[in-house]
Design a protein around this ligand. Structure first.
Ligand SMILES: NC(=O)c1ccc[n+]([C@@H]2O[C@H](COP(=O)([O-])OP(=O)(O)OC[C@H]3O[C@@H](n4cnc5c(N)ncnc54)[C@H](OP(=O)(O)O)[C@@H]3O)[C@@H](O)[C@H]2O)c1
Length: 275
């Protein structure tokens, strides 16, 4: 394989998860083809939340070919794009196991629980034998948490008849002694000029609560361990996942904006080509 790659351009025709497979000669012969090249460009300097009007789609053409004289380079074809650069499964694994050090029987609350990270955190917690409560921003999302992902309890934080009572279950004051809070994101705060504060922070003292932010990349060395655990669960149907798949690059701007406005359910992907 390495010898072939050094002299011939290689087209990656599949979305590869795991070990890559070889491609056929016919596909390599199509390499010099001129193809349409669609791009999403930012046309405005964006401050705050991005809008669809900040982006434009342009189309040009390009040749599928590797520049002459280069070695060990490959040309690949992407079938799917992710609207954000994160690895949700790995983030869920690192946040839950490494940052929170959970034990069987503990109580776990997951916010943004129908999101790409949240849905996996909740299922990992259930598999460990924890009691899991999740919140999400619509009835459909809350139903998904209970009916598809097996959360013990779920509520729609936007329509909770008694939001105060619901939040009492999950806010700082209700943390257990030596509780752990893993913080991977705060999407509602990313684009605010004045971020909101966290209330009742003093209670972390008496309750000896640990709150820790983290980046999934810090735990990248554990990726093989994560796969070893999660792949069998997926194959056995013990971990489910829901993706939000938009069709075509022209829907890229809408999908990106949707990330910040609760529109997506699960990992937001854009299919740029079906094959
Ligand atoms: N630290 C890391 O290494 C790392 C890695 C991956 C992700 N992250 C961060 O972790 C968070 C979750 O990631 P994800 O991939 O699960 O995201 P996701 O699938 O896009 O889900 C995020 C959820 O947040 C809620 N939301 C969106 N906009 C909101 C707003 N303005 N105010 C309040 N809630 C809003 C929505 O759920 P509801 O409709 O239920 O409110 C949405 O489904 C994000 O903030 C992401 O940036 C960090």
């Amino acid at each position: 394989m390495a010898e072939e790659v050094s002299n011939k351009p290689v087209l990656l025709k599949n979305y590869v998860t795991g070990y890559p497979k070889e491609i056929t000669g016919t596909e390599q012969r199509t390499m010099a083809e001129e193809v349409s090249n669609k791009q999403v460009l930012l046309k405005n300097y964006v401050t705050g939340y991005p809008k669809e009007s900040d982006m434009e789609i342009i189309a040009s053409s390009m040749k599928l070919k590797i520049p002459e004289g280069t070695q060990d380079e490959v040309l690949f074809k992407n079938l799917y794009l992710s609207c954000d650069p994160c690895m949700p499964g790995m983030t869920a694994y690192a946040g839950f196991y490494e940052v929170c050090s959970p034990k069987k029987g503990e109580y776990v609350y997951v916010s943004a629980a129908s999101g790409a990270v949240g849905q996996i955190v909740g299922q990992l917690a259930k598999l460990l034998g924890c009691y899991v409560v999740g919140s999400a921003g619509s009835k459909d999302k809350a139903d998904l948490l209970k009916n598809k992902f097996g959360f013990d309890e779920a509520f729609n934080y936007k329509e909770e008849p008694d939001l105060d009572a619901a939040l009492k279950k999950v806010r700082m004051l209700n943390m257990r002694i030596r509780g752990r809070i893993a913080v991977c994101g705060m999407i509602s705060q990313y684009n605010l000029d004045k971020p909101e504060g966290v209330h009742n922070l003093t209670s972390i003292i008496g309750k000896r609560v640990r709150m820790e932010g983290f980046l999934a990349g810090d735990f990248y060395h554990l990726y093989p361990k994560f796969l070893e655990m999660v792949i069998p669960y997926i194959k056995q149907g013990k971990i489910e996942y829901v993706e939000d798949v938009a069709e075509g690059l022209e829907n890229g701007p809408t999908s990106l904006v949707g990330l910040f406005t609760d529109r997506n359910v699960g990992k937001q992907l854009v299919v740029v080509a079906r094959e």
